[in-house]
Every structure is written in C-alpha cells, then in structure tokens.
Design a protein around this ligand. Structure first.
Ligand SMILES: Cc1cn([C@H]2C[C@H](O)[C@@H](COP(=O)(O)OP(=O)(O)O[C@H]3O[C@H](C)C(=O)[C@H](O)[C@H]3O)O2)c(=O)[nH]c1=O
Length: 185
C-alpha cells in the first residue's frame, strides 16, 4: 500500500515510497501507477523533469502552467535537500492563497504531489540539489506563469532572504498574489 500523508491543504500530499536497503545500497519503486490508483490518485504523467541547483539558497518558482496546459507534479529529491512549496491559486478554493511547505531530501526520500491549480517552487537547502519531477502536462511556454516567491501575503517562511536568494531573471519579475490574473476559477 502507498504511504500517503495529507497536508494542511488536502489536495497536496506527501508520499513516502519504500526503500529496500541491503549491503549493496538500496532499491526503491519511486512511482507505480497501480499503487497510486489504489490510493485514489489517478494521474497520467507525460514528462519527466530534472534540475540541478549548485548553490544553497537557489529559489526556483513559484511556477504553474495555466489551462489547458495545467500540470500536476510529483516532486522528489535524489541529491541534497530542498524546501518544497505549493501555493493554492484556485480562486474559489477555501484555501486560496494558503501554502504547504515540506522538506524533501535524498535522505528522507519523501515526494510531494502538487495538483494543477497550485503554484510550485522550492529553495535549496544544500549545494548541488537535484530535483526530479513528473508532470501530467507537456511544457507550454506560452502558458507558463509565475507568482512572486517572496510575496509577504503568502507568509512563506523561506530559509533564504530576498537579498541572498539566487534566482533567474524571470523569477524576479512575477506578480504578487493580489495582482495575479485568475487562471484557476
Ligand atoms: C519547465 C521547463 C523548462 N524548459 C526549458 C526552458 C528554459 O530554457 C530552461 C529553464 O527553464 P526554467 O528557468 O523555467 O526552469 P525552472 O526555473 O527550473 O522552472 C521549473 O521550476 C519550478 C520548480 C517548477 O515547478 C516548474 O516545473 C518549472 O517552471 O528549460 C523546458 O524545456 N521544459 C520545461 O518543462
């Protein structure tokens, strides 16, 4: 049975695959569609992503793709550690504007399931953090949008200051929640 934990926002889940260790190392089934379906999670992933962030305090996000190219994401860390964050941007949601923040690491082997309708991002907690994630929608740059990671209205307790964060130019320019168009009703 899949080890699935709900979070403060029920649609955002933490999944902990088993890791079978022995004298050689370990083996882990990191995704099994049948186990997900048994747990009531029916997603068809179509793309795998892999990013490496060299420095501690690298922030990627907060990103999302708008319909009809919205993506559910299953995120895991294979080297180092990140603080992974999902923000509810569904206007009619009772948890609109609220977030979940979970540490994912090669050590804790935890995964975060971020549904479509959420902005997603992370801050690295170690050098050389490698993040792998599966998504249910192909990359659609014209529908790729962002939310300001450091918007005070989100109340995210990032482990890096705005001055010290390492960001892409794009991630310095996203709107705050109050100025975000409605992408998800
Ligand atoms: C997302 C993506 C990007 N790219 C290309 C576009 C750029 O030339 C280059 C870097 O893209 P970007 O700066 O958007 O990469 P991240 O900042 O890591 O973006 C990701 O970071 C946060 C954490 C997310 O949740 C998203 O999956 C994704 O937006 O890869 C592709 O070719 N395919 C893709 O699916």
């Amino acid at each position: 049975m899949l080890d699935v934990e709900t979070t403060a926002i029920p649609e955002v889940k933490v999944i902990r695959p088993k890791r079978f260790g022995d004298h050689r190392g370990f083996f882990s089934e990191v995704y099994n569609q049948a186990r997900f379906r048994e747990a009531g999670i029916t997603l068809d992933f179509v793309q795998d992503n892999h990013s490496l962030s060299a420095e501690v305090g690298t922030v990627r996000g907060l990103h999302f793709q708008s319909p009809p190219f919205a993506q559910d994401k299953l995120i895991r860390v294979v080297r180092g550690a990140i603080l992974d964050v999902a923000v509810d941007i569904r206007r009619s949601s009772p948890t609109y504007g609220r977030h979940v923040a979970v540490e994912l690491s090669a050590e804790n082997w935890a995964q975060m399931l971020v549904p479509a309708g959420f902005a997603h991002g992370f801050c690295t907690l170690t050098p050389d953090a490698e993040v792998l994630y599966k998504v249910t929608g192909l990359y659609a740059p014209d529908h790729d949008h962002g939310l300001a990671w450091d918007d005070p209205a989100l109340g995210i307790n990032w482990p890096v200051s705005a001055e010290a964060a390492i960001l892409s130019d794009k991630d310095r320019r996203h709107p705050v929640l109050a100025d975000l168009p409605t992408y998800f009703a």
